[in-house]
Design a protein around this ligand. Sequence first.
Ligand code: TPP
Length: 702
Amino acid sequence: MTRSCLSQGILSDWQESLSNFYVANDFTLSGSEHLKTRLTLRHIMKFNRKRYSDTVLRDLYEALLLPRMIEEKMLILLRQNKISKWFSGIGQEAIAVGITQALEPDEYILPMHRNLGVFTGRKMPFSRLFAQWQGTMQGYTKGRDRSFHFGSNEHHIVGMISHLGPQNGVADGIALASRLKGERKVTVVFNGDGGTSEGDFHEAVNVAAVWDLPVIFVIENNGYGLSTPSSEQFRCESFADKGIGYGIEGISIDGNNVLEVYDTVKHLAESMREKNRPVLLECRTFRMRGHEEASGTKYVPKDLMEMWAKKDPLENYEQYLIKEKVIDPQYVEKAKKKFKKEIEDALAAAFTESHPAADSATEINDVYSPFTQKVKDASGERLEKRFIDAISDGLRQSMERYDNLVLMGQDIAEYGGVFKITEGFVEKFGKARVRNTPICESAIVGAGLGLSVKGMKAMVEMQFADFVTEGFNQIVNNLAKSHWRWGQNADVVVRMPTGAGTAAGPFHSQSNEAWFFHTPGLKIVYPSSPFDAKGLLCAAIEDPNPVLYFEHKLLYRSIREMIPADYYTIEIGKAKRIHQGADVSIITYGMGVHWASETLKELPSIGADVIDLRTLLPWDKEMIEETVRKTSRVIILHEDSMTGGIGAEISAWINEHCFKYLDAPVTRVAALDTPIPFAPTLEQNFLPRARLKAAIENVMKF
Ligand SMILES: Cc1ncc(C[n+]2csc(CCOP(=O)(O)OP(=O)(O)O)c2C)c(N)n1
């Protein structure tokens, strides 16, 4: 084992020789030379059983043998065209196996695509595992996602999404929940060496470092990321050294030596449970097969492959155990026979199952975690509140109501957030629940999902809605799809200070609700009044699904209203009629509601039905149909740009469902299709406010 030399002051012989070699060669080694060098220096595997009993050694052997046998069978099935794809971990099994065996069974592991040993180590029933790969109903995703893209809370496993890096933020959230619950558990998340180039990896390690989260960030350094050799992926000599940059410990071990992996992680986990902190654990290994079977290994030098074959984790360990008389060839035969039968039996069963019968209602029904909202009215005292105070009230009362709710965001703790919505919260709820975050939106949104895995609730404040781009992938691919994929809800509210009117330019004024509107699995609320702001925020936090909560910055301090002092909620998905009228319907939300009201004052002869959508996803089709029937003329107004905006969808829906009631073309009034400009004159020209009056008059002419 080599620890990060600077942080630990330790430099192994191996690493010393390697660094000398590097110095002599002026760092010009290609990835494959690097790996060859490493192997020449250290190709003989040395096992050290320490004080581990024969039983422990044998259990480890069987745990190592099993995934190898399953994989070998899969390769045969692949050649027979009975399965479609396989990402092989052959040659790397000691990492997943050693780690899984070293942990407590209820400690979460977040594996990648080559970590079958995690799943077998947690004793997942083969029948369900094989069904998952076959895409049948008995699998973990009802045929909705493939291979290892699933989780199982029963087994304390959270599987990856294809994007690799996002797993790390989720691991942070699980570890944070463990800390907050005082559980003394570690969480392990796997990465390939290639995946560590992603910002997600960096963000999550950084967050874990700052928050002292007990996460082992495993890096399986197997020489290639698909076809790209290490030399074209990163420049560091050892991933252990990266720990220095994060101010955490980094360790590098022989990933092909199951005893070394097991022993390292066992001790590491024991110490991390006592003293919570993250650690980078590089496991040096090699990818013996193609990235996935079909892509082959042509680009890998043959001699390199041959050299690493000599370090096969299973064969070497088996030989060692036989030499030590812990097992004998008969034992090996018996174990193989037993596993062969179990695999064959489960496969036979899996192959009798067929793909799920498609049923659209079931598919749609599983998009959201089931939840029937019970609206809570408040009849007591009313107080005058500004929009911003209403949000703050809702947040504070939700914190009082849900002691499992955690707030995360930049500068939200002592500073109270840039808009001061969480001012005083730290004093009331403490720093554990009101958390300043590093500028790591992706890791923090991912952490929200991790908290949900442990039954907690999260509110993530984006400093400005514009910055959600940094957490976009986590929202649309992880939070939104998690329930539908494997039944894990994401109990996360993302608050988004949005909108223009403050001449703040293209990166502090955007309306970006339409980016999310297209994503099944999300809910979107967008209040326009203090009453709705509080009630919808409380409802969003109550809802176990991921909700994006848009709050218009210009409304923060410009509007006030008498609202209930007590906690209350408003129905998500329900629009509100702001003005009654029979001539024209104006369907809008957010700032549009205020623009509509102002404009109608200039048109006293026109009676307009103004509908405030309040929730954009799911939106209130019933009220839209009702108003169209009533007025036969429709304007859809929004602050966001025209093309592909919310208005486009609503207009299309009205056309399909209410055509017969219409007397005029459905008209959209929206911002220009440009980025939002800085100068007030340009900004006002960009916004649709000034174009609304003419549009209403025009629709009335039909
Ligand atoms: C964000 C993203 N970009 C690209 C890919 C395509 N891809 C899948 S696996 C892979 C290589 C991963 O290499 P590494 O992390 O080293 O893991 P290994 O496959 O070697 O175990 C690539 C490029 C992806 N899945 N996600």
